[in-house]
Design a protein around this ligand. Structure first.
Ligand code: SF4
Length: 164
């Protein structure tokens, strides 16, 4: 019996990797925390006007153990850096990080001894969202880019997440 004879019966062909990646990108749960002014824009993204719930992401998790996306929204002080790293380590695998805004991405205008010059110095970053602050639409664009990255991901564990 040819393949075309099965299709009217609802036969669907895919790969395990594609099915898992589709499920992962459709159920990314962000961790609920913010560090500075960019966090206000992140909160707006979850409100009705911008509607992050179209991606099933509207419930920011209160525990890192229930989250798989860290949105670093705001500058990271050296004092907060160990806390951010600990939260990242407590998140479920697989997990992703978005650096939201100039401060989280590079330190921004705070080129001084108190601010980490890019959160990628303490956690691996998947997507950088430019701006000071980025508007909610920019964060949504970053989330769409993250979805595209997850869809292309491999099921083989990524060693960078376990690197100290
Ligand atoms: S990028 Fe701009 S808006 Fe965002 S935390 Fe830094 S100073 Fe604030």
């Amino acid at each position: 019996m040819g393949l075309e004879e099965h299709i009217p019966k609802g036969l669907l062909l895919t790969t395990v990797e594609k099915a898992v990646n589709w499920a992962r990108k459709s159920s990314v749960w962000p961790l609920g925390f913010g560090l500075a002014c960019c966090a206000i824009e992140m909160m707006c993204t979850a409100a009705s006007r911008f509607d992050i719930s179209r991606f099933g992401m509207e419930i920011f998790r209160a525990s890192p153990r229930q989250a798989d996306l860290m949105i670093v929204a705001g500058r990271v002080s050296n004092k907060m850096a160990p806390v951010v790293r600990l939260l990242y380590e407590q998140m479920a695998e697989p997990k992703w990080v978005i650096a939201m805004g100039a401060c989280a991405s590079t330190g921004g205008v705070f080129n001084n001894y108190a601010i980490v010059q890019g959160v990628d110095k303490i956690v691996p970053v998947d997507i950088y969202v430019p701006g000071c602050p980025p508007r909610p639409e920019q964060l949504l664009e970053g989330i769409i880019k993250l979805h595209q990255k997850i869809e292309k991901g491999s099921l083989i564990p990524d060693s960078r997440h376990t690197a100290k």
